[in-house]
Design a protein around this ligand. Structure first.
Ligand SMILES: Cc1cc2nc3c(=O)[nH]c(=O)nc-3n(C[C@H](O)[C@H](O)[C@H](O)COP(=O)(O)O)c2cc1C
Length: 160
């Protein structure tokens, strides 16, 4: 199974998480600023990750990177999402970027796998919650770094 893990990162946390996720899934890590539409297509499982910036925005490299999603043929493609955020400082837009990625890929006909429980997080609002679940893996390195290893391990085994 070919796995591509495409991420954007300002201060390195999402990059580090992408590396750990790719190691568990035996995947290739690709920075969104180097990615092409083919990188989204030429894999069996596509894993996309972004931190949230501004008030609920995508990481800056993803702002143009989403155009590649619009270009790519993702019909029927299995996609797993992960998002980094800070629930204490940004409780009203917690990991919203993951919700934005969810909308972009589902619009293209992708099948999103790897939804997770919101239990264990404290926040007010997030566009990454649909039908009561997060649309992917949520990591909060600012406040819950100690929980991330376990969250990555259980999520990657869930999607495998
Ligand atoms: C200016 C700024 C705005 C942020 N806005 C949000 C936000 O709206 N929602 C959220 O969940 N996290 C927000 N964060 C937290 C980051 O997403 C979090 O620190 C993340 O781990 C950074 O990932 P990176 O190191 O890969 O860039 C913000 C951080 C900064 C510095």
């Amino acid at each position: 199974m070919t796995v591509h893990v495409i991420y954007g990162s300002d201060s390195g946390r999402t990059k580090a998480a992408a590396g750990k996720i790719a190691a568990k899934l035996n995947g290739k890590v690709i920075n969104i600023s180097d990615a092409t539409a083919a990188d989204f297509e030429n894999c069996d499982l596509l894993v996309l990750g972004s931190p949230t910036y501004g008030e609920g925005d995508l990481q800056p490299d993803w702002e143009t990177g989403v155009d590649l999603i619009a270009e790519a043929d993702l019909a029927g493609k299995k996609v797993a999402l992960f998002g980094l955020g800070d629930q204490n400082t940004y409780p009203d837009s917690f990991v919203d970027a993951m919700g934005t990625l969810f909308d972009a890929v589902t619009e293209k006909g992708a099948e999103v796998v790897g939804f997770t429980d919101t239990k264990g997080y404290e926040f007010e609002g997030s566009t990454a919650v649909r039908d009561g679940q997060f649309v992917g893996l949520v990591l909060d390195q600012d406040n819950q770094a100690g929980k991330s290893e376990k969250r990555i391990a259980s999520w990657t085994s869930q999607i495998l």
